[in-house]
Design a protein around this ligand. Structure first.
Ligand SMILES: Nc1nc2c(c(=O)[nH]1)N[C@H]1C(S)=C(S)[C@@H](COP(=O)(O)O)O[C@H]1N2
Ligand SMILES: [Mo]
Length: 160
């Protein structure tokens, strides 16, 4: 793939099993063990789970990206607007977000990587980590059993 590829597998104030993986182009993935867990602010979000409210807690995906060298702080421009964030679950489910969805000057940018539901750690059927996209009308992008996050910047080579 002719795209700059950065892959992050998560940790950061999140379950101990989490670790960070960085990958650029076809280079072998680099795993960085979370020896010094990053202290990120905790956030909450409410998800409409088939008509029932579920309360989740975790860290902002935006903060996690920022902390791992993907700038999403504010007012993205240029190639940053041609960058996507692909999330992959252990069951193969995959959801793509635009990087701009994490820019607070464009959206509320409050998509979570959650590790708690109604105050308790997530069950194995949805955890240990789950994406929560609280403003979506359906929970389809709220990917369960999160395994990887790839940040991919498109290049003009791919435009045809
Ligand atoms: N890993 C994973 N996450 C997923 C899904 C899935 O199949 N696998 N389904 C999505 C869909 S379509 C919905 S509506 C919500 C809730 O799915 P559930 O009703 O199976 O809990 O999870 C989302 N996250
Ligand atoms: Mo769904």
């Amino acid at each position: 793939m002719r795209a700059l590829l950065v892959c992050l597998v998560l940790a950061c104030g999140l379950p101990a099993s989490a670790q960070i993986l960085l990958r650029a182009n076809e280079a072998p993935p680099t795993t960085i063990s979370a020896e010094a867990p990053q202290k990120l602010p905790r956030h909450t979000a409410v998800l409409n789970d088939h008509g029932k409210e579920a309360h989740f807690e975790g860290v902002l995906l935006r903060d996690l990206l920022q902390k791992n060298g993907v700038p999403v702080a504010n007012k993205l421009r240029g190639k940053q607007l041609a960058t996507y964030v692909s999330t992959l679950a252990t069951d193969g489910y995959q959801v793509v977000f635009a990087l701009a969805e994490f820019d607070p000057s464009i959206t509320d940018g409050d998509i979570l990587v959650a590790d708690k539901r109604d105050g308790r750690p997530l069950a194995a059927t949805e955890g240990p980590l789950r994406i929560i996209a609280p403003h979506d009308k359906r929970a389809a992008r709220s990917l369960k059993m999160l395994r990887e996050i790839d940040v991919v910047q498109l290049t003009n080579v791919e435009h045809r």
